[in-house]
Structure formats: structure tokens, C-alpha cells
Design a protein around this ligand. Structure first.
Ligand SMILES: Nc1ncnc2c1ncn2[C@@H]1O[C@H](COP(=O)(O)OP(=O)(O)OP(=O)(O)O)[C@@H](O)[C@H]1O
Ligand SMILES: [Mg+2]
Length: 207
């Protein structure tokens, strides 16, 4: 049973077709890289699956249920979405994490400080990052903080939109390794050939 299935999904903005009849089947543990020129609708495709773009054609199922506005929350709560701009919030990074895990829906997942530090270390972020303003971080640092939060939220299905752009080689390999060498499921938008080097990766091109 596929985890996520798209059947003949088409999207147009103002009568202009962005893509037509996309069929995709994602099984648990799959890594799918979506590539294609700028403006072909890669980000829109992820947003559409998350229910942020109304008015598409076709059908999408998640865990064998057709996605509707009644069950879209299930999809959103299952997927760790790292958006292209990674603007997840304001204020000090440590406080931002604290606030996310103080929400009633997340409180059971509240991480201990040791776990947070361990992940910062793994993703090569200085511990002092926790005391910095999120808005003042570099693009690559913001992305890694967003990844860490998704991991702490215990997501195991990730939508990763250009998360490796702007990362230096060493950090890039750490980030790619984290997703590729786990049994997480991931849809990855990237032009980076490094993702494709891993065994078993599937590719889908938009043009
Ligand atoms: N809500 C919207 N209303 C109208 N047009 C939109 C909307 N969202 C996106 N578009 C248009 O759809 C096209 C595809 O945008 P999208 O961000 O999905 O492309 P992309 O493939 O992710 O590009 P990039 O590689 O530059 O990130 C763009 O021309 C964009 O302006
Ligand atoms: Mg995009």
C-alpha cells in the first residue's frame, strides 16, 4: 500500500497550466528527488499535497484515504515540511523551540536539552545559535534549525524544498546523509547531484 499517491494531478494558475496529469506513488522509506527548471511548479506541488493550494484537478491519497479538507490535518501532522524560505518564526532560537513544544499538541514530545544539543552538534550548528535571533541566522542555519525541529517533532515523512542550497560541502553531506541513511520517507526538491548518488533514489522531473 503506497503511503502517498497522486493520480492525474494537474494545476493551473489563471488559466495557465503549470503541470498536467502527474502520477506518483510513494512507499514508506522511498526517497524521491523532484527536479526541473525554476518556475515549473516544484514548490507548488508540495504545497498542493499539504492542502495549501485549492483548485487543483485529480486525486491525492494519503495512507489509502483520499485527502479532503476533513482529513488534511492528518497529512500536515505527519509530514515535516521544510519550506524553501524556512521562515518558521521569530525570536531567539532556543525560545522558538521551547514555544513549539509548549503547544498542547506537541507537549508530549518536549525534548530534553541534551537531545537538542546533540542534534545541533550533529548538524554542525554552534550551541550559541540557540541564543541568537532566528531572523539573524544565515539561510543554511535556518534550514538546519527547521530540520532539527521536524526531527524533534518525530516526523518520519519529509518534504524538503531546496534544503541543501547554500550549504558548504561538509554540512551538505551531513544533511543528505541524515535523510538517506535512515528509513525516513522523503520528497526532496533539489538540483544537487549529491542526492542522486545514493542508492535507490528515485527521480521525477518537471519541465
Ligand atoms: N498562489 C499562486 N498564484 C498564482 N501563481 C502562482 C502561485 N504560486 C505560484 N505561482 C506561480 O507558479 C509558478 C511556479 O512556482 P513554484 O514556486 O511552484 O516554482 P518552482 O519550480 O518551485 O521554482 P523555483 O525552482 O524557482 O523554486 C511561478 O510562475 C509562480 O509565480
Ligand atoms: Mg520552489
Amino acid at each position: 500500500m503506497p503511503l502517498l499517491e497522486l493520480n492525474n494531478v494537474s494545476l493551473s494558475f489563471k488559466d495557465q497550466s503549470l503541470f498536467e496529469n502527474i502520477n506518483l506513488s510513494i512507499n514508506k522509506g522511498d526517497k524521491l528527488v523532484i527536479s526541473g527548471p525554476s518556475g515549473t511548479g516544484k514548490t507548488s506541488l508540495l504545497k498542493l499535497i499539504l492542502g495549501f493550494i485549492p483548485g487543483f484537478e485529480g486525486q491525492i491519497s494519503f495512507q489509502n484515504e483520499t485527502i479532503t479538507h476533513h482529513n488534511i490535518w492528518k497529512v500536515r501532522r505527519s509530514i515535516g515540511y521544510i519550506s524553501q524560505d524556512s521562515d518558521i518564526g521569530e525570536g531567539k532560537v532556543g525560545q522558538l523551540i521551547e514555544d513549539i513544544f509548549s503547544l498542547k499538541v506537541n507537549i508530549k514530545l518536549k525534548p530534553d536539552p541534551g537531545k537538542i544539543k546533540e542534534l545541533f552538534h550533529f548538524f554542525r550548528l554552534e550551541e550559541s545559535t540557540l541564543a541568537k535571533d532566528f531572523e539573524e541566522l544565515s539561510g543554511g542555519e535556518k534550514k538546519r534549525v527547521a530540520i532539527i525541529i521536524s526531527i524533534l517533532l518525530k516526523r518520519d515523512f519529509f518534504f524538503l524544498d531546496e534544503i541543501t542550497s547554500g550549504l558548504d560541502d561538509e554540512v551538505l553531506k551531513t544533511v543528505i546523509g541524515y535523510f538517506m541513511e535512515s528509513d525516513h520517507t522523503a520528497i526532496i526538491i533539489s538540483h544537487d547531484k549529491e542526492w542522486m548518488k545514493k542508492q535507490g533514489v528515485k527521480e521525477f522531473k518537471l519541465n
